[in-house]
Design a protein around this ligand. Structure first.
Ligand code: ADP
Length: 600
C-alpha cells in the first residue's frame, strides 16, 4: 500500500468517524432536548386547558364541546376523562363514537395524574396510530377527580432531526471530498521527495560519491542528510580498506619468505608468489587442500596440529616440487615452516579459524652445512693416514729398529714421505681456506701468458723428464691476460703437474692459448686416460679423486683442482674439463684478456 493510498484511507477514516460521532452524539442529544422541551410545553398547555375546564357547570355534558374548542386553542388533541376513567370528550373523536373508546383510566399518564397530580407519556396511540407525546393533569371536582389530557404528535421534531441527519451526510460527503484532495496533494509532496531519496540511495550502490543534499528541516530532510552521512562514511571505509588491502598485498608479494594461509576447513585461502615459486606450484592453489598442492605429509600434519591445538609450532620439512618440470627450483627443498593459528577479527570468539604458515627456504644453508661436515670428515680422514704411518714407524724405531741401521733408514724414509704429505696437505688446506675466506687478496695485473707459461713449465720439466713426458708450450708471445701472477702460476703448475702425474710414462702434454671474444682461453691437454664423463664435474670438489689410491700414491692431496677453481673464479675466470680428441684430459681456463695499454 503506497503512501498516497494510506493517506487517503486515513483522511476518509477521520471524516467518516467525525460524521458518525457528530450524528450519533450531537443529533441524538439535540433530538432528546427538543422532545423534552416539547413535553414541558405540552404540560404547560395542559395546565391552561385544565384551568379553562375547571369553570364548567356540568362537565360530563359539556366535555365533547369543550374538548373540541380547547383543542383548537391549545394546538393539541384534548381528552377529558371522568373519575370513572371514561372518556367524556375528545377533540379527535366525534361524540357519537366516544362509546367505542376503551377506558382510559389505565393509561400511564392518566394513572400518574390521578395519583400524583401530573403525568407524562410517549407512545404510538391506539386511537390515532401515530407516535404521540402525552401530558395529563388531575382536576378535582365535587363528583370526583377528572383528568385533562393533551396529546401532541411530534412530527416537527422528527422532521428537524431527519433534516439534521441529511445535513450531516452532506457535510460528510463534502469533508470526504476535501480530505481526499488534501491527502492527494500531501501525498504528492511527500512521495515526490521520498521517490527522489530512493533514487539517490539506489544510485549510491554504484557510485558512493552521489549525495541527496535535501533542503529543509523536516524528517525527510533529516533522512536525506542521514543517507548522505552514511554514504560519506561508507566511502571513507572503502577507501581505507582498499589502501590497506593493497598494502597487505604488496607486502605479501615482495616477501622472500613463503606465506600460506588456510581456512577453518583446512583449504588454502592465500599463497604468496614466493611460496608458489619456491615449491613450483602451478595454477590456482586457492580453495584446494595443501596436501594436494604441496604433496607433503609432514606439512599436512603440522597444519592439522596447529589448527587442533591452537598453538604455534615450527618444523623443518622436505618438500618435493608439486610437479616435475614445474616452474621454480628443481629438486626437493628443505624448508623451515613456522605455523600459527589465525583468528580473523570477524571470527573472534568463535574459536575455529585457519592457520598462517611462513616458509623459510633453508636448502642452501643445509647444503653448505653438509659440505662443511663432509669437508671436516674428509680432511680428518686425509690427515689420519700419514699421521698413523708416522706413529707406526716411530714406534717401530723406538721399539728397537733404531739399532738396525738398514731398517731404520727405511722407517725414517716412511716418516719423511708422510711428513712431506702432511706438509703439503696442511699447506693446501691453508691455501684453500685463505682463498675461500678472501684473506688472500689477488691483484690482477696484465701478464704475458707466453712468458708466464714458459716460466711455470720450466720448473716442472725435471719432473716431466723423470716420466719421459714431453711438455710443449704453444702460446703466441704478446697474449695478454688480466690475472694475478702468483695465482696464475699456481693454477698452471697444478694443471701441468696433474697432466704429468695422472698419465702413463712417455705421454705428451700441450699448453696452448688463444684470444676469444674479450677473453683468453688457456688449454692444458694430455694424451693420458682422460677423466670419465661422470667424474668431470666433480673433480673440482675438495678431496674428490677419480682413483683415490692412485692419487695418494702419486702424492696428490685431492685439493689441487679445487684450489685452481677458486683462484680462477677469484680472477673473474672460469675452468672446465673435457676429454680431448686424443682421449686425454683437456682443461680449459678462460680468463679476461688485457690490452697492452691497460698495464699497471
Ligand atoms: P690430486 O692431488 O689427486 O691430483 P686434484 O684436485 O688435482 O687432486 O685432482 C683431482 C682428481 O682429478 C685426481 O685425483 C685425478 O683422479 C683427476 N685428474 C686430475 N687431472 C687429471 C688428468 N690430467 N688426467 C686424468 N685424471 C686427472
Amino acid at each position: 500500500m503506497g503512501i498516497r493510498s494510506k493517506l487517503i484511507a486515513f483522511a476518509v477514516g477521520i471524516a467518516v468517524l467525525a460524521a458518525v460521532v457528530f450524528d450519533g452524539y450531537v443529533v441524538q442529544t439535540l433530538g432528546a432536548e427538543l422532545e423534552e422541551h416539547t413535553e414541558d410545553d405540552l404540560a404547560a398547555r395542559t395546565a391552561l386547558v385544565a384551568a379553562a375546564v375547571a369553570g364548567a357547570g356540568d362537565l360530563a355534558a359539556e366535555a365533547p364541546a369543550l374538548a373540541a374548542a380547547l383543542s383548537e386553542r391549545a394546538g393539541a388533541r384534548v381528552t377529558l376523562i371522568d373519575p370513572g376513567g371514561v372518556v367524556r370528550g375528545d377533540s379527535s373523536v366525534p361524540p357519537e363514537r366516544l362509546d367505542d373508546l376503551d377506558v382510559h383510566g389505565s393509561r400511564r399518564e392518566v394513572a400518574d395524574a390521578r395519583h400524583l397530580g401530573v403525568g407524562r407519556g410517549e407512545r404510538v396511540s391506539k386511537t390515532t396510530r401515530m407516535r404521540m407525546l402525552y401530558a395529563a393533569r388531575r382536576l378535582d371536582r365535587p363528583e370526583g377527580p377528572w383528568v385533562v389530557r393533551l396529546a401532541f404528535e411530534p412530527v416537527a421534531i422528527d422532521r428537524s432531526l431527519s433534516a439534521a441527519h441529511a445535513r450531516v451526510v452532506e457535510g460528510t460527503l463534502l469533508a470526504l471530498a476535501l480530505a481526499i484532495s488534501a491527502a492527494l496533494v500531501g501525498a504528492r509532496a511527500l512521495s515526490g521527495r521520498l521517490v527522489y531519496l530512493t533514487g539517490v540511495a539506489r544510485a549510491m550502490r554504484g557510485d558512493l560519491s552521489r549525495r541527496a543534499r535535501v533542503q529543509g528541516r523536516d524528517e525527510i530532510a533529516a533522512l536525506g542528510s542521514a543517507l548522505d552521512d552514511l554514504a560519506e562514511s561508507l566511502e571513507r571505509s572503502r577507501r581505507e580498506l582498499g589502501g590497506e588491502g593493497e598494502r597487505f598485498g604488496a607486502v605479501l608479494e615482495s616477501m622472500r619468505e613463503g606465506v600460506l594461509v588456510t581456512d577453518e576447513r583446512g583449504d588454502i585461502t592465500l599463497i604468496n608468489p614466493a611460496l608458489s615459486q619456491l615449491l613450483g606450484v602451478r595454477g590456482d592453489a586457492v580453495g584446494r587442500p595443501p596436501l594436494e598442492v604441496l604433496r607433503s605429509a609432514g606439512l599436512h600434519e603440522l597444519l592439522e596440529e596447529v589448527a587442533r591445538s591452537r598453538a604455534a609450532a615450527m618444523r623443518e620439512i622436505e618438500i618435493a616440487p608439486a610437479s616435475p618440470g614445474a616452474a621454480g627450483p628443481a629438486g626437493r627443498r628443505v624448508v623451515v615452516v613456522n605455523a600459527a593459528p589465525l583468528t580473523l577479527p570477524a571470527e573472534e570468539g568463535r574459536g575455529a579459524a585457519g592457520v598462517v604458515a611462513v616458509f623459510f627456504d633453508v636448502t642452501e644453508l643445509r647444503r653448505i652445512e653438509g659440505l662443511q661436515r663432509n669437508f671436516i670428515a674428509n680432511a680428518s680422514h686425509e690427515l689420519r693416514t700419514p699421521v698413523a704411518s708416522i706413529r707406526a714407524s716411530s714406534e717401530t724405531l723406538l721399539d728397537g729398529a733404531l739399532d738396525d741401521p738398514a731398517a731404520a733408514r727405511d722407517f725414517v724414509e716412511v716418516i719423511d714421505r708422510n711428513a712431506t704429505r702432511l706438509h703439503r696437505l696442511v699447506n693446501d688446506l691453508l691455501d684453500l681456506s685463505r682463498i675461500e675466506g678472501r684473506e688472500r687478496a689477488l691483484s690482477p695485473g696484465t701478464l704475458d701468458l707466453a712468458e708466464q707459461a714458459e716460466a711455470t713449465v720450466a720448473l716442472l720439466r725435471e719432473r716431466a723428464r723423470e716420466k719421459r713426458t714431453t711438455v710443449e708450450v704453444e702460446v703466441a708471445p704478446g697474449t695478454l691476460v688480466a690475472a694475478d701472477a702468483r695465482a696464475l702460476d699456481q693454477v698452471l703448475t697444478n694443471l701441468v703437474d696433474n697432466a704429468i702425474h695422472h698419465t702413463p710414462d712417455g705421454s705428451r702434454v700441450a699448453v696452448r692459448a688463444r684470444a676469444s671474444d674479450g677473453c683468453v682461453v688457456l688449454e692444458v691437454e694430455d694424451d693420458g686416460p682422460g677423466i670419465p664423463a661422470a667424474h668431470q664435474a666433480r673433480v673440482f670438489e675438495r678431496f674428490y679423486r677419480v682413483d683415490a689410491g692412485r692419487s695418494r700414491a702419486a702424492g696428490g692431496t685431492g685439493l689441487g683442482l679445487s684450489i685452481a677453481k677458486h683462484l680462477v673464479e677469484a680472477m673473474q675466470g672460469d675452468i672446465t674439463v673435457v676429454n680431448g680428441a686424443a682421449g686425454g684430459a683437456l682443461f680449459r681456463v678462460t680468463l679476461p684478456s688485457a690490452t697492452a695499454g691497460a698495464e699497471g
